[in-house]
Design a protein around this ligand. Structure first.
Ligand code: URA
Length: 249
């Protein structure tokens, strides 16, 4: 494997951050400083260090799930079915997986499952500004004032003043896929994820969410071949995009 790729995988850095520490001479392979980013290394047997500290070869697992309604975003629950119960016995046994943030029980769509605590924490931290895109079916059409309100960082209720969010109507293509039986819908992009946030924001504008689905998060879009309840491993590119979405800009 290439040195920059392996350093990124072992540290959670983006590929460009990994290249920077390599070029600066901070990475050693088997005790020798290596400054060539494309150098080939053996991931099973070579010993890598960063600033003298050994990098451990345990790799993280990353899955995307199309969460179905009726499941809870938790590892355990006394009554309801958890998102983890949707994984195969083999995947469940292999790792200490947990969901990255929460979707409401009735919300569907993109939910990541991983054992990478650092990346998970960053993706849900409002300070990191990772975008979360939701499609919402609504009881009424959105207005220009709603769009302005969402963009302004609105006071939602006594407990919540939201960060600025983007509200828009769906494109024609999105409407065909999301609203085959007609009705009203909108797309919202948030950089935070407070309890029931999307529903509360629409409620504050006198609207109501009838159905909510997360379509994308941290630059990664829900694979539209996954039926509700299905999941797959993330590609390397997708993991890299997630890391990029939370990297210092
Ligand atoms: N906002 C909500 O209201 N519910 C969700 O599940 C996610 C965001």
């Amino acid at each position: 494997m290439r040195l920059d790729k392996l350093v990124a995988e072992l540290t959670g850095m983006t590929r460009s951050q990994a290249r920077e520490v390599i070029v600066k001479g901070r990475v050693c392979v088997n005790g020798e400083i290596k400054k060539v980013i494309a150098e080939q290394v053996k991931e099973e047997s070579d010993v890598l260090t960063l600033d003298g500290k050994e990098l451990n070869f345990q790799k993280f697992a990353y899955f995307m799930l199309n969460k179905p309604a009726g499941t809870v975003s938790a590892t355990q629950d006394k009554e309801a079915k958890t998102v983890l119960s949707l994984l195969s016995a083999e995947d469940r046994k292999r790792r200490n997986l947990f969901p990255v943030g929460r979707l409401d029980k009735d919300t569907e769509g993109l939910l990541f499952l991983t054992d990478d605590g650092m990346l998970s924490h960053q993706l849900i931290s409002p300070r990191k500004h990772a975008d979360k895109l939701y499609f919402a079916r609504l009881i009424r059409e959105i207005t220009a004032e709603d769009i302005t309100l969402f963009a302004s960082g609105m006071k939602v209720d006594e407990e919540l003043t939201a960060m600025p969010a983007t509200l828009r109507t769906l494109t024609e293509e999105e409407t065909v896929a999301f609203l085959p039986e007609g009705g009203f819908a909108a797309a919202v992009t948030l950089q935070e994820g407070k309890f029931h946030q999307v529903k509360r924001m629409f409620a504050a504008t006198g609207n109501e969410v009838l159905y909510l689905k997360r379509m994308a998060m941290g630059g990664v879009t829900l694979d539209d071949t996954l039926l509700p309840g299905e999941y797959r491993e993330l590609s390397e590119d997708e993991v890299e995009r997630l890391r990029e979405s939370v990297a210092e800009k």
